[in-house]
Design a protein around this ligand. Structure first.
Ligand SMILES: NC(=O)c1ccc[n+]([C@@H]2O[C@H](COP(=O)([O-])OP(=O)(O)OC[C@H]3O[C@@H](n4cnc5c(N)ncnc54)[C@H](O)[C@@H]3O)[C@@H](O)[C@H]2O)c1
Length: 338
């Protein structure tokens, strides 16, 4: 089996590549990445050491995909920040997240390959999420009715340029499935975390939080600190992608909300408490709420659960995993986080 992973030096792409190669040593795995994300070049060494091919390529350019042959493409390249596009980098965002996907679809069709696309819960409009009925508890918001959002949750409203680019990508895939017989599955993920993530203030909040503790950097809570996210460990995502690759017809043509679910959800306050528990004390200041923030996102995994997958790793274990990774690679990772 030949598997191409675009964005293969990013957090999700490299984690999936390494786990696939570990489980299936005979597979040919290729990571394609333009190394746009700070820290992604660090992963080339790990990938090469594991026997994974690396191609420095850019999904924005059709010619970078032209010569490649493979059976499965995992499309994990992206500008993945909800703040992206706000500072004049909107062309890069759209070119990568939408036009890059268009190039990947063309390449997948040419190869008659199966495609797994990583979408995001950020396709749901911010106003639709924030206008739900929430109870404000001491450490978190909770939904008054139900616990999470399913695939059919409202799409009415704006969702950030990032969310739009991924939603547009979902729609494009649906058209190509219908009209050109593209073999594709969409995993619409909530927050993904685990060791190997080069978190920043605008993306990768758990690593960002833990790294700020470990490297003793100033840390601010924007808003109340009661914002809630469910945490999907990348190893749990790997189990799903593994199932999908090897039993593709069960999932083909479908879109799934995929996340940690209510049992694996954390507010910023709760994340902070875990960092205090496992790293030590630290002062935090409060800043006004940021644009683009949402009060709450927890996945309703009912649809994917019916096909035999559910998250297994707790949010606390994910936080511990990240802290252990940062502590044991503190000097090597200093240039990224400090
Ligand atoms: N991390 C999360 O919490 C999360 C949640 C939901 C969905 N996703 C989706 O998962 C995918 C992977 O996200 P991630 O967290 O690994 O992000 P990441 O930034 O760590 O990885 C993305 C990789 O894509 C590469 N890249 C960017 N532009 C490119 C281009 N034009 N051509 C080739 N490579 C390019 C970057 O260099 C980076 O290595 C994205 O599609 C993202 O939308 C991530």
């Amino acid at each position: 089996m030949k598997i191409l992973i675009t964005g293969g030096c990013g957090f999700v792409g490299s984690s999936l590549a390494l786990k696939l190669k570990h489980k299936y040593p005979a597979y040919t795995i290729t990571a394609l990445d333009n190394l746009h994300r700070k820290g992604s070049e660090q992963n080339i060494l790990f990938l090469s050491a594991a026997g994974i091919n690396f191609i420095q390529g850019d999904v924005r350019f059709q010619e970078d995909l032209e010569e490649l042959s493979y059976d499965v493409i995992i499309e994990a390249s992206a500008e993945p920040s909800v703040m992206a596009g706000l500072k004049g980098d909107d062309r890069y965002l759209i070119d990568t997240n939408f036009n890059g996907l268009f190039n990947c679809i063309g390449s997948a069709l040419k190869n008659n390959a199966k495609m797994i696309f990583l979408s995001t819960s950020r396709i749901f409009p911010m106003s639709a999420i924030n206008s739900q009925d929430y109870i404000e508890e001491p450490s978190r918001y909770t939904l008054r009715y139900g616990t999470g959002f399913a695939e059919n949750f409202s799409k009415e409203g704006t969702r950030s340029l990032y969310g739009m680019s991924k939603y547009a990508g979902e729609l494009m895939i649906a058209e190509y499935i219908d009209m050109f017989g593209l073999k594709a599955v969409i995993n619409r993920c909530g927050l993904i975390a685990g060791k190997g993530q080069f978190g920043r203030t605008d993306q990768g909040v758990i690593t960002h939080w833990a790294a700020s503790y470990i490297y003793d950097k100033p840390l601010s809570i924007f808003g109340t600190g009661k914002q809630v996210r469910d945490v999907l460990n990348v190893s749990d995502l790997f189990r799903l992608v593994d199932m999908q690759i090897h039993d593709f017809t069960t999932f083909s043509g479908e879109l799934f909300n995929v996340g940690g679910g209510i049992r694996n959800s954390l507010s910023i306050f709760e994340l902070d408490s875990l960092c205090k528990k496992y790293v030590g004390q630290k002062d935090i200041d409060f800043q006004p709420e940021r644009d683009m923030d949402i009060k709450y996102y927890v996945t309703d995994n009912s649809k994917i659960q019916k096909l035999g997958w559910q998250p297994e790793i707790s949010a606390e274990d994910t936080v511990k995993e990240i802290i252990e990774w940062l502590n044991s690679n503190k000097e090597e990772l200093r240039w990224i986080f400090a």
